[in-house]
Design a binder for this molecule. Structure first.
Ligand SMILES: CC(C)(COP(=O)(O)OP(=O)(O)OC[C@H]1O[C@@H](n2cnc3c(N)ncnc32)[C@H](O)[C@@H]1OP(=O)(O)O)[C@@H](O)C(=O)NCCC(=O)NCCS
Length: 161
């Protein structure tokens, strides 16, 4: 997917990010972008996914993830709130974006050893998407999520490679 790009979110992207929606039944896994943006702190680096310059997705790189969860490795980044707009789902964008993440992270966060995420056990599309993108299932589960058990996935980044 040549025209798919990852970049940091800019102030002027806010309306387009607020317009991104997931399906109603997906809300327990990710929430609405309005609520996500309200919870963003300095440790949360907001990013957009663009397809031919149009914003089609969003995610957060949490640079303090390793301080939030006991399952994390030292200095590990976290991937949060990864979503593709409902109208664009099922076209391979998520998997291609997950694949594009590794070279992007090597470049932007090359001093970090790895990135981790949790994905709800009832969310096969997200699980397939991350595995297809190069994440590895640690075999462990995180049980602290509000919407039920979550698999813990991990991918190496610069400093461990
Ligand atoms: C998860 C999400 C980002 C995937 O993006 P996408 O662009 O729709 O995904 P893709 O089209 O690249 O498909 C990825 C994989 O999921 C599979 N898939 C898609 N929808 C599926 C479904 N309803 N059930 C099972 N598998 C599904 C695809 O077949 C593909 O698997 P494959 O590589 O084995 O063929 C998107 O569905 C989304 O935004 N969901 C809501 C937010 C969310 O749950 N985020 C994850 C939080 S951890």
């Amino acid at each position: 997917m040549k025209n798919l790009q990852i970049r940091k979110m800019r102030d002027e992207d806010r309306p387009a990010v607020l317009a991104l929606q997931v399906h109603e039944e997906q809300l327990p896994y990710v929430g609405r972008t309005r609520e996500i943006l309200q919870m963003v702190g300095p440790q949360h680096h907001c990013h957009v996914l663009t397809l031919s310059e149009e914003i089609v997705g969003f995610f957060i790189i949490d640079v303090a993830y390793h301080q939030s969860y006991s399952f994390t490795l030292q200095d590990e980044l976290g991937l949060r709130a990864f979503l593709i707009d409902a109208g664009r789902q099922g076209q391979g964008i998520g998997k291609n974006a997950a694949r594009a993440l590794q070279p992007y992270l090597e470049e932007a966060y090359g001093d970090r050893p790895s990135i981790a995420l949790t994905v709800n056990c009832r969310n096969p599309a997200a699980y397939r998407c991350y595995i297809g993108g190069g994440f590895i299932d640690t075999g462990e589960q995180y049980l602290g999520g509000k919407a039920g058990p979550q698999y813990i996935l991990r991918m190496p980044v610069g400093a461990s490679r």
